[in-house]
Design a protein around this ligand. Structure first.
Ligand SMILES: Nc1ncnc2c1ncn2[C@@H]1O[C@H](COP(=O)(O)OP(=O)(O)O)[C@@H](O)[C@H]1O
Ligand SMILES: [Mg+2]
Length: 265
């Protein structure tokens, strides 16, 4: 069963075509990767799926509902959450507060409710805090609740972004280069964390990633973008062997040995 269906998706910026006529289907419950050289259009794709950019053409369906034209907060409520290639945390508030910001969308009591039902609001706030704590424990940041987000290592900041995204209770979690800046040990832990999240949160995961070892190890399905177009899709074995993919990464004339070391053998 598919959870996300994209048809003929195009995004133009003035003269530049960042995504061109992309059609794809993401299986519910899968770990799916989107790969491709720098500038291929991967982040633009995520930006359209999350409502940051409006497509120039094409459709995006979450389950069977169109989300084109919806604002990012509305899409977040529908169940799509993300992390960012360039980490976007509130650097000078605490780790716990950063996760609670992620939940804010989902607290049921609005401004009027706050006035009329102060007590209920307080209950919700406490619940939110407990939930945030649980998520931070989950991503291994329980010892850093009261640290400022800025003080965390790069890898820990990426895990905090994941906790914040999970706080919105997503159906689909988009991770934009989650291993960027991580050392090999952190990357291995991230692999385990992503598997655990998929299982325990019943969420579909779509990741953009350059670490081919991670991609090949973790993905059940891979889409390859190049110059804004989808040039290939398949399982890791199919992608490794695909001549178009090898060429996109290395240019024509590259040896298979070079390709294997880039795309993974
Ligand atoms: N807001 C924007 N305005 C103009 N050009 C953009 C904008 N966002 C992305 N692009 C361009 O679209 C292309 C694809 O970028 P991007 O989606 O970030 O690629 P990737 O994430 O695969 O590296 C690049 O040429 C980039 O410069
Ligand atoms: Mg990008």
């Amino acid at each position: 069963m598919s959870i996300l269906t994209v048809r003929n998706l195009t995004k133009r910026f003035d003269g530049l075509v960042a995504n061109q006529d992309i059609s794809l289907t993401v299986e519910k419950g899968s770990i799916t990767a989107v790969i491709g050289p720098n500038g291929a259009g991967k982040t633009t794709f995520f930006n359209m799926v999350t409502g940051v950019y409006q497509p120039t053409e094409g459709s995006i369906l979450l389950e069977d509902q169109s989300i084109v034209g919806m604002k990012p907060h509305a899409i977040s409520r529908k169940g799509i959450a993300r992390t960012f290639q360039n980490i976007r945390l509130f650097g000078n508030i605490t780790v716990l507060e950063n996760v609670m910001v992620g939940m804010h969308n989902h607290l049921r009591v609005g401004v009027l409710g706050t006035i009329l039902q102060l007590r209920k609001f307080k209950d919700e706030e406490l619940q939110a805090q407990a939930e945030a704590f649980r998520l931070l424990e989950y991503v291994g940041l329980a010892d850093h609740l009261n640290d400022e987000a800025d003080s965390l290592s790069y890898g820990a900041q990426r895990r905090l972004e994941i906790a914040r995204a999970l706080a919105t209770k997503p159906k689909v979690l988009l991770l934009d280069e989650p291993a960027a800046g991580m050392n090999p040990r952190e990357t291995k832990e991230l692999t385990d964390l992503i598997h655990k999240i998929r299982k325990e949160f019943d969420v579909t995961i779509i990741l953009i990633e350059h670490d081919m070892k991670l991609v090949m190890e973790i993905s059940e399905h891979i889409f390859v973008l190049d110059h804004g177009e989808k040039i290939a899709e398949g399982n890791p074995d199919e992608i490794r062997k695909n001549p178009k993919v090898i060429e996109a990464y290395l240019g024509s004339g590259a040896s298979t040995a070079q390709a294997v070391s880039t795309i993974g053998g």
